[in-house]
Design a protein around this ligand. Structure first.
Ligand code: ADP
Length: 172
């Protein structure tokens, strides 16, 4: 089947994107954090955290494993769902690229299950988790290009110019 997912880039804040699903660079606790995670819970309101707590009380008692993804409501965000995924912490000694690619694949798989057609991703693992932006952009774009998905638009939302440039280089 021909792959027809359109990749777009935006310099901006992921919590302002009008899309079906916003992907959160969560941590395995699912109970909030800094960066994208903090912004999503702050702007999305308490409903998101309530669903995350319910997930922790149920299937994800041990937390969400790295490279996996799970959906909740998007609360007050201009989206229908938040897809939470846990990126790997960057390591100099160990190649964790497969786990980072898995975040994109699994998030798109969850998006397909939901019926989402437009999905916004942040540059997963490039903040607190320390992944070099150029390498993270390459892995992200390759993962999306390699995915079998019914998602029509994948929008990478980059928070600063250098991240935007790194992604622009990968899709040119
Ligand atoms: P991680 O823990 O996976 O590294 P972070 O949330 O710390 O996740 O950072 C991931 C990337 O998202 C970083 O490049 C950071 O600059 C960027 N970022 C932070 N806040 C936002 C936001 N509101 N919208 C889009 N990107 C953001």
């Amino acid at each position: 089947m021909a792959h027809s997912t359109k990749i777009t880039l935006v310099l901006g804040d992921i919590t302002e994107q009008h899309v079906d699903a916003i992907v959160n660079a969560a941590n395995s606790s699912l109970l909030g954090g800094g960066g994208v995670d903090g912004a999503i819970h702050r702007r999305g309101g308490p409903e998101i955290l309530a669903e995350c707590r319910a997930l922790r009380a149920g299937h994800y008692g041990g937390g969400l494993p790295t490279g996996h993804a799970v959906a909740t409501t998007a609360g007050r965000l201009p989206a229908r769902w938040v897809v939470h995924t846990v990126g790997p912490v960057w390591s100099r000694d160990e190649d964790r690229s497969e786990l980072l690619a898995s975040c994109y694949h699994e998030s798109l798989r969850v998006a397909d299950e939901l019926g989402a057609r437009t999905v916004a991703f942040p540059a997963i693992s490039t903040g607190a988790y320390g992944w070099p932006i150029g390498d993270a952009a390459r892995i992200a774009v390759e993962a999306v290009r390699g995915a079998e998905t019914a998602v029509e638009e994948v929008r990478f939302v980059l928070f600063d110019e250098s991240a935007y440039e790194a992604f622009a280089q990968q899709i040119s």
